[in-house]
Design a protein. Structure first.
Length: 224
């Protein structure tokens, strides 16, 4: 009988211990979860950090969010975790809180660039420029944007010329043929469209070597 009672007592103690452990897990506070999220960031575990921060927000409830730095960090974690919709959401919240607005807009432009939304990329960059018109980082990103746009057009023009030059090499065309003359003009039209974009890139970053190289190539092509 004594043995049975001891076993029963042991089972009861173990059951209470399990309940106590579960209670401790369930009782994590907003601060606990936020601190764990901060630790996950330091360990470069961004998906885990984002999950912990989101759990912290659940703990916070329906009260207005006042922890601006955490929300901003959630956006960064979301980018690192490739959760792009969440990244936009949290950076928008950061902007509405007036916290690191320029950086948040630059991160938004990165998300839109990654997801190939050129119109929103430019919109975010221009919004950042409006807030901080002399910011070198903003200007650099705008220069990079316009270099990319110009290079796409320049590449299109170059592809036209390359094709007809190959046809000439293959003996299919002569430079006096209407088809060649037409193709050459189409290529020049593309180069002409690219030029103002390159000029805009250089207006934001005169030291941009890629922009300077593309401009020189366009000028040379237009002379030919």
């Amino acid at each position: 009988m004594v043995v049975v009672m001891k076993k029963l007592f042991f089972v009861v103690v173990m059951f209470i211990s399990v309940l106590a452990v579960n209670a401790q897990v369930a009782e994590k506070t907003f601060a606990d979860l936020k601190n764990e999220g901060n630790a996950a960031i330091k360990a470069n575990d961004y998906p885990k950090a984002l999950d912990l921060y989101e759990q912290a927000l659940v703990k916070w409830g329906n009260k207005p969010i006042v922890d601006t730095s955490m929300v901003y960090n959630m956006g960064i974690c979301a980018i690192k975790a490739k959760a792009y919709d969440k990244a936009l959401k949290y950076f928008d919240q950061s902007i509405s809180m007036n916290y690191k607005k320029v950086n948040a807009l630059l991160y938004k432009s990165d998300v839109y660039r990654i997801t190939k939304n050129n119109a929103e990329t430019l919109k975010s960059l221009e919004a950042a420029l409006a807030i901080s018109p002399e910011d070198a980082k903003v200007k650099g990103k705008l220069a990079t944007y316009y270099v990319g746009e110009a290079n796409a057009i320049y590449t299109k023009g170059s592809a036209i010329i390359l094709k007809v030059n190959n046809d000439i090499t293959a003996g299919k065309l002569k430079t006096t043929d209407p088809a060649y003359i037409s193709a050459e003009q189409k290529a020049k039209d593309e180069y002409t469209k690219a030029m103002p974009l390159i000029d805009k890139a250089l207006s934001f970053d005169p030291a941009n070597k890629t922009a300077a190289q593309i401009k020189a190539a366009i000028e040379q092509a237009l002379k030919g």
